[in-house]
Design a protein around this ligand. Structure first.
Ligand code: ATP
Ligand code: MG
Length: 133
């Protein structure tokens, strides 16, 4: 059994989309192991997006992810990382297939509704970062 870290981003919490997103995750067969509504700290944001620090959209990204509460989740299941990524769809909602969370629920790449870890190693790192050891 593999674990992944996911979070419902501030745009979706603000727009009352939490229930629909959780339903999609549960219907996929993945299991929600932990879940918490909380704000992302500046330190957590910087650590989570360090790979994008030199991008022109970085400041926007940090401002967005710290702009209001998110729903932090530990999700488990067989191939949970890849399964969650396919459920989410492409980073840019314009390229995300219909039927995916971003394809159906997001309008632009700056506020794309949900985050999911991109590897099992990063998943364990992000679970520690957001839920503590
Ligand atoms: P996430 O980490 O949020 O699950 P991802 O792994 O699909 O998304 P990353 O490359 O890790 O994509 O980018 C993190 C976030 O940075 C994206 O979710 C998006 O909001 C933002 N981002 C990525 N690329 C761009 C871009 N070209 N323009 C604007 N924002 C971008
Ligand atoms: Mg990513």
């Amino acid at each position: 059994i593999e674990r992944t870290y996911s979070m419902i981003k501030p745009d979706a919490v603000r727009d009352h989309k939490v229930g629909e997103i959780i339903s999609r995750i549960e219907r996929s067969g993945l299991r929600i192991e932990r879940m918490e509504l909380a704000e992302v700290t500046a330190e957590q944001a910087a650590a989570n997006y360090h790979h994008l620090a030199d991008k022109p959209f970085y400041e926007n990204l940090i401002a967005f992810i710290t702009s209001g509460p998110v729903v932090k989740m530990v999700i488990s299941g067989s191939s949970a990382v890849a399964k969650m990524r396919s459920l989410m769809g492409a980073t840019d909602p314009l390229e995300a297939s219909p039927g995916t969370i971003r394809g159906d629920m997001a309008l632009d790449v700056n506020s794309n509704v949900i985050h999911g870890s991109d590897s099992p190693e990063n998943a364990e790192r992000e679970i520690k970062l957001f839920f503590g050891a």
